[in-house]
Ligand binder design. Structure first.
Ligand code: 13P
Ligand code: SF4
Length: 301
């Protein structure tokens, strides 16, 4: 039996479902039951009928799924697949900011540890951050951990005052302006589609800025035939699947999140077979971090 057959059989036997982010490898996206951006995956995880969720992504994704679905078993194909940015803020600074500003909301990008969510007022993803920040009654926003998404949201919501944190995604931060310009020289008709985790100079050059789903949707609905994509290269799979006649270019140094690529078919089969790598969260962490995630789901409606 090949590995794909094995996964299908195990899924049925164990009453399991596979969720995958757009950044995992093509073969993993191919066998997933649901593929999407962080927001879609956090919503879809709620109300699934299967008892076991195999989460093909990085640790904050599996942790969020467990926090929102405590009665489910959430398995991670690789427990060490982590998002570097998720750790780039700290509780002491949150407390310091709360003491400094009276009318402050701590807005936490979902790419963060459960501990950071626990100390935040609301979570956001790249798909809903602008609308959620707009909807908050607070004058001051402390946006953690990503300074690039924070700057993008601040530009879109000029009526609020932002306090920035120095976190960033190493993958998006290192997309080089000169390499984007080079692609534009080679493909002058191509539209530039960018994830808001990218630095300002890349965003300023772009025709569209949005989440991975937003980028895919934009490319699929556009009359344009060519696109320069400024985000992790895993989105190519869905872009090409939905638009076989269109062309997608990435920078010469392709942005690759090695943690996302740690998820393999063999590891998926292994956790399904053994039940290893179950996400565990303490009751306190779950109760306290759930509020910020649920507030996001409420405000994003
Ligand atoms: P999305 O919100 O588009 O899923 O992005 C998540 C992510 O990790 C970006 O680096
Ligand atoms: Fe984290 Fe960046 Fe990887 Fe997304 S691409 S999971 S933000 S390290």
């Amino acid at each position: 039996m090949d590995i794909i057959e094995k996964i299908k059989k195990l899924k049925k036997e164990k009453n399991a479902v596979i969720l995958a982010h757009y950044y995992v490898s093509d073969e993993v996206q191919e066998i997933a039951d649901y593929i999407g951006d962080s927001f879609y995956l956090s919503k879809i995880a709620i109300g699934l009928k299967e008892q076991i969720i195999v989460f093909c992504g990085v640790s904050f994704m599996g942790e969020s799924a467990k926090i929102l679905n405590p009665e489910k078993t959430v398995l991670m194909p690789d427990m060490s697949a982590d998002c570097a940015m998720a750790h780039m803020a700290d509780v002491q600074t949150i407390e310091k900011m709360r003491n400094m500003y009276d009318d402050l909301a701590v807005v936490c990008y979902i790419n963060s540890t459960g501990e950071l969510k626990q100390h935040s007022d609301v979570c956001v993803t790249s798909a809903n951050a602008v609308n959620i920040v707009k909807a908050l009654p607070n004058q001051y926003i402390f946006f953690i951990p990503d300074r690039n998404l924070a700057r993008y949201v601040a530009e879109k919501v000029p009526e609020k005052k932002f306090v920035f944190n120095e976190g960033y995604c190493p993958i998006h931060e290192h997309i080089q302006l000169k390499e984007v310009k080079k692609e534009k020289e080679l493909h002058p008709k191509a539209k530039i589609l960018t994830h808001p985790e990218c630095p300002k100079e890349i965003c300023d050059l772009s025709d569209y800025i949005g989440s991975t789903s937003g980028i895919i949707q934009y490319a699929s609905q556009s009359d344009c035939e060519e696109f320069i994509i400024c985000t992790e290269n895993g989105v190519r799979y869905e872009l090409e699947k939905e638009n076989p006649q269109k062309k997608f270019y990435f920078t010469k140094t392709e942005p690759i999140c090695h943690d996302m690529k740690m998820i393999t078919l063999e590891k998926i089969a292994h956790v399904l077979e053994t039940g290893e790598n179950e996400v565990q969260v303490t009751d306190t962490l779950r109760e306290e971090s759930k509020k910020a995630l649920e507030k996001m789901l409420e405000l994003a409606k």
